[in-house]
Design a protein around this ligand. Sequence first.
Ligand code: HEM
Length: 314
Amino acid sequence: MKRLIVLFLISIIFLPIFKISFSNDDYTLAFQSGDRFKLYYKIVNEDVYFRMEGKTLGYVSIGFEPSQAMKDADMVIGYVVKGNVYAFDAYSTGLYGPHPEDTTLGGKTDIYDIKGEEKDGFTIIEFRRPLDTKDKYDAVLKIDKEIKIIWALANDDNFNARHYDRGSGVIVLKRQSVITPPVQKVVLKLKIGDRTMYVNDSQRVIDVSPVIIEGRTLLPIRWIAEPLGAEVGWDGNERKVTVNLSNTKVELWIGKNIAKLNGKDAPIDPNNPKVVPVIKDGRTLLPVRFVAESLGCSVEWDPKKQIVTITYPK
Ligand code: HEM
């Protein structure tokens, strides 16, 4: 109990410090000047996301590749007014400004996905831009190469306000290694004549139990599509079902023994032309093995227990 009280007191004392360390999800710190200015980034394909954190409730700004002082810097200036976020793609034409917007110089605005907030005395601005915007008023940001930066903070939410704090430095952008989460296997178990199915180890009650017609198991496809994350479409005119999963598209027609797999004809059951999608009691039932295998699943059939096991991916 005593220990709990001590922990509680420590957490109260340190709370204000923790409050200013914002969550930066997958951003990497590129540059920092004390706690006054921090620049984070993440690279996604040919774009870079930046996140500026400045100790001000006025504007926070970054400039890339100035030739001298502020001159020729490709700037982004952002601020928040009553919850609304503003950010400008600008360019400093002079040693100490002015820094008009690129558009007024004949360039374009190349910053996107602008987000921001004011929190605990800090202004946070996030934006995305291509590494190479092809605009002559923007710097080409090269990976693994030194990039000169300048930064500034103003007390004012005014694009033309003079800074009260400013600085300069060098950053190097690196492509972060992409962490691919391990693929989660989905195992579905269905029993003929039974309305209980299993998705991995959890039970689900389905509205129609699987049936065997012409020696093949048929089932409303949504019970398979949903747990796999596949999309199902129905075209009433053509009486066609479309199932899409990642890059695979399967099209089947009621009563037709030839389906299409990624646009190419595919027999549903080469050994039995009578295996076709059917409508039974107002429900569309599809041959499970054909659809599941086409989508990249493995299908096992236990004739003794009358159980179909579908595993995705194989
Ligand atoms: C209208 C807005 C601005 C005005 C009027 C302005 C004006 C000035 C002036 C007069 C100086 C020289 C005095 C000093 O060193 O403080 C200066 C320097 C500087 N400004 Fe600005 N500035 C503006 C915006 C910006 C912005 C948006 C940035 C960054 C993106 C910036 C970055 C700097 C830096 C890094 C210096 C020091 C340059 C050096 O001495 O090498 N300024 N600015």
